[in-house]
Ligand binder design. Structure first.
Ligand code: ADP
Ligand code: MG
Length: 220
């Protein structure tokens, strides 16, 4: 599903250059639940952004679901992201002036889904994360755990086979964190491929396999 071979990423800022990934090779199969751990600055988010087609590698090969990512145009990449990949971030990244409903609906608007499809799917997702009664609330009126559940629902809007979560429980208390993990685990059982960054061993223990990054390389 996700095949990375010799991936490097160099960030250039002015005269400085920083090698955030130094030859990362990694295969993640369909339906796997993998966690990525490592100290701050080890390249975890850089790797997630490359896997999620939010950023491109400086060198190396990336094959996603049998197609070479390097060969895709900007528009094709955006389409791949919207259909194949759902993202969840540590700070939720919800649109502040949009309601819970509107936040979840947005990826379906981008995908051109009609009004009826959108209404059915948003209702189904709000139910699945237990927040139908909160549909008209804005993010500031929701707790962190509720915001992350809305963010998860938004990530699932177009029913992507892959879910990428970058420290999804990093800003949550342990009870809300476990609620998010229960939903992620259920999504994995339904057959989704899940890649999650975490600093927390208890959270990582929900996954099948843990990859450790250090200074831009995978530890053996
Ligand atoms: N957009 C960027 N421009 C320049 N340097 C960056 C950028 N993003 C990350 N870095 C640097 O790359 C390294 C890896 O960062 P990151 O992938 O965010 O690590 P992690 O998520 O493990 O904390 C760090 O040294 C960070 O400062
Ligand atoms: Mg990070």
């Amino acid at each position: 599903m996700i095949e990375l071979q010799g991936i490097t990423k160099v960030y250039r800022t002015g005269s400085q250059s920083l090698e955030a990934l130094r030859g990362v090779s990694l295969n993640i199969g369909k339906g796997e639940f993998v966690s990525i751990m490592g100290p701050s600055g080890s390249g975890k988010s850089t790797l997630m952004n490359i896997i999620g087609c939010l950023d491109t590698p400086t060198a190396g090969e990336y094959v996603l679901d049998s197609s070479k990512v390097a060969g895709l145009t900007f528009d094709q990449l955006a389409a791949v992201r919207n259909r194949k990949i759902g993202f969840v971030f540590q700070n939720f990244n919800l649109l502040p002036y949009a309601t819970a409903w509107e936040n979840i609906e947005l990826p379906m608007l981008f995908d051109g889904k009609n009004g009826r499809r959108r209404r059915e799917r948003v209702t189904e997702l709000l139910n699945a994360v237990g927040l139908l009664d909160w549909r008209d609330h804005r993010p500031t009126e929701l707790s962190g755990g509720q915001q992350q559940r809305i963010a998860l629902a938004r990530a699932l809007a177009n029913d992507p086979p892959i879910l990428l979560a970058d420290e999804p429980t990093g800003n949550l208390d342990s009870k809300s964190g476990e609620e998010i993990m229960a939903i992620l685990t259920e999504l994995w059982r339904e057959g989704r491929t899940i890649v999650m960054v975490t600093h927390n061993d208890h959270i990582a223990a929900h996954s099948e396999r843990t990859i450790r990054l250090f200074d831009g390389q995978i530890l053996p």
